[in-house]
Design a protein around this ligand. Structure first.
Ligand code: 0X9
Ligand code: CA
Ligand code: ZN
Length: 434
């Protein structure tokens, strides 16, 4: 499939180091984008479009852009791609950046049936558990806003027993349109169960860890994204917002650590990065947070390490997101170095770019900050394939699924390996895990 992309460097674009600050925007653009994206019909949901913002080169620039309520989808050297309402785009133009509409790379074609919808996902889980009942178990940890089961798959030896073994958490699909992350969950379930008994490394890790896979924590959002005649470019959950015709909370702005602290989320319900009215107001976040708190046994959090899977840009990110500082309140030098070293160790295996999440832009209320700041779980966000919009953005063809999920096997196994004591990677196991 050949992506249709508007040129990233059109004539009159960026030359040398002088950022172009053309102020273009909205009325007409809004209409065009509406045509591209389609809407859900009668509802008054704001129409989100894809825009290229030029002249943004620093994390501070990108944080300022995100503060309008836009979601930053991709960071380039001289420009960023955002999903935004026409109002957000106009505000970004008002800050002095050049804003142009950007053709969606895969122009929101028919939802690709090669991606795993919710019903099919449940079928895959049941099949994996039925084939490997000794090492795989499924549980319902709660319900989504629309009442779908939020599922957890545990993979470990003696799977029905809560053994004293380091636990590892994988979270998938907080953001609805990031469907490749559900495929990552499917791939991991199959890898860890089919590999058991045959592959000695996998066998040891399954024996010595308790692995929790949450294959889709935003099923309402992902089903909505798949349910139309085209993909809908949906990010949030589907919870209504009081006093607004725009539904949805951005789950990755709704976590209860420094929620809304720092200009890294929106207070506007129509924004694609709306943080919700209160921390854990989204039932999906509350359920997962309760699940994680429930893994505190005898006063000790059993989960030592975690990955939260997103798309796209091929990045491995670590906390904090709410501050540009690496060492700060709640993050010592050694703790930071542990995240960085483990992030780099994994990135060496999958070719992603490792960095602190706020190197991109500030986010507050993210799961990364909560897992570390509140639960002291060493954790990462993976932004999966593609590296840029040219690879299909949030909607790469399903033909890439096998390659791009298998690509992360080694990186994930490295995390599982270090889960006994992540501080081992900086040689500090005696100090931290004695
Ligand atoms: O903005 C986000 O929530 C993530 N990017 S995405 O394009 N998938 O929406 C990045 C989250 C990283 N933030 C922190 N680690 N704090
Ligand atoms: Ca076990
Ligand atoms: Zn995401």
């Amino acid at each position: 499939m050949t992506p249709r992309i508007r040129s990233l460097t059109p004539a009159g674009g960026i030359v040398g180091s002088t950022p172009v600050r053309r102020i273009l925007v909205p009325a007409a653009v809004g209409v065009l984008v509406l045509g591209l994206l389609g809407t859900s019909g009668a509802s008054a949901e704001p129409v989100h479009g894809l825009y290229e913002v030029r002249g943004a080169t620093s994390a501070q620039d990108r944080t300022e852009i995100a503060a309008t309520g836009a979601a930053i989808d991709h960071v380039g050297d001289e420009s960023v791609l955002v999903t935004a309402t026409p109002d957000d785009a106009e505000e970004i133009g008002g800050l002095g950046y050049g804003v142009e509409e950007f053709d969606v790379p895969v122009p929101l074609a028919d939802p690709d049936p090669g991606y795993t919808g919710y019903a099919e996902l449940v079928g895959v889980i049941d099949e994996v558990v039925a084939a490997h009942p000794d090492i795989a178990a499924r549980s319902v940890i709660g319900r989504s806003h629309e009442g779908r089961d939020l599922l957890a798959v545990k993979i470990s030896d003696n799977v029905d027993v809560d053994e004293d073994q380091p636990e590892v958490l994988f979270v998938h699909a907080q953001h609805a349109r990031e469907h490749l992350t559900v495929e990552m969950a499917v791939h991991l379930m199959r890898l860890l169960t089919d590999g058991y008994g045959g592959d000695p490394r996998i066998t040891d890790l399954v024996d010595d860890r308790e692995i929790w896979i949450l294959p889709n924590v935003n099923p309402d959002g992902s089903e909505y994204d798949m349910a139309g005649s085209t993909w809908r470019n949906w990010r949030k959950n589907r919870q209504p917002n009081e006093g607004s015709s725009s539904p949805g909370t951005d789950l990755n702005r709704n976590w209860a650590y420094e929620w809304g602290c720092c200009g890294g989320s929106s207070g506007n319900p129509s924004s694609i990065t709306y943080r919700g009215p209160a921390p854990e107001s989204a039932p999906e976040v509350r359920v997962v947070a309760d699940f994680v708190r429930g893994r505190v046994v005898g006063g000790e959090q059993q989960i030592t390490t975690a990955i939260d899977f997103h798309t796209y840009s091929e990045l491995i990110l670590w906390p904090f997101g709410h501050t540009y500082d690496d060492v700060t309140n709640g993050m010592t030098r050694e703790e930071y170095d542990t995240h960085a070293a483990l992030g780099e160790h994994m990135a060496e295996a999958n070719g992603y770019t490792p960095q602190q999440s706020s190197d991109l832009y500030v986010t507050d209320g993210s799961i990364n900050d909560w897992l570390w700041g509140d639960q002291r779980i060493v954790n990462f966000t993976y932004e999966m394939y593609p590296r840029s919009a040219a690879g299909g953005g949030f909607y790469p063809p399903s033909s890439v699924i096998e390659r791009e999920t298998a690509r992360n096997e080694e990186a994930v196994l490295r995390l599982l390996d270090y889960a006994d004591c992540p501080y081992r990677i900086i040689g500090e196991e005696a100090a931290y895990c004695g």
